[in-house]
Design a protein around this ligand. Sequence first.
Ligand code: S3P
Length: 169
Amino acid sequence: MKNNLILIGFMGTGKTSLGKLLAEKLGRAFVDLDQKIEQDTGLSVPKIFELHGEKYFRELEKKAVAEISQRKNLVVATGGGTVQDEENLRLLKNSGMLVCLTTTPEEIFNRTERRGERPMLDSDNDRLKTIKELLAKRQKYYAQADYTIDTTDWSPLQIISDILKHFRG
Ligand code: S3P
């Protein structure tokens, strides 16, 4: 039985930092999908987008998902777009519990302000509008999580303790 704890949700919802803390609490290994892709390729995510485009990044992401979903006892932080691929969503669902982190578009806007880190938000278009459009497009995928938590007004420790209460691992 695969018992991974998998964090999904939009950019800026805290998947990586909360995932690390959860892994510590559970005494488990932590895998951040983007970091895995960066280690496997020797390139940063923005560089992969710049050199090879989003489509190629999504292929690398699929490979990484296929690999980690074979493993167990992990805490996994996915990228914001990982679950918009049905196959990724299916594999991840089969490999453990999906927890979706959410917050408001405005909060995402503030948390993702630094340019150069998130290629999906780096165009010259209205960034808040882009965030809202992407969120709307991805909503149906995020909605398939086993548990969803709004992180807006909670401290990391509160969020973690709430997730652990619901985790059946
Ligand atoms: C993406 C989110 C990023 C990263 C890539 C694409 C997206 O991860 O995978 O830039 O499509 O939402 P984070 O959610 O960790 O920022």
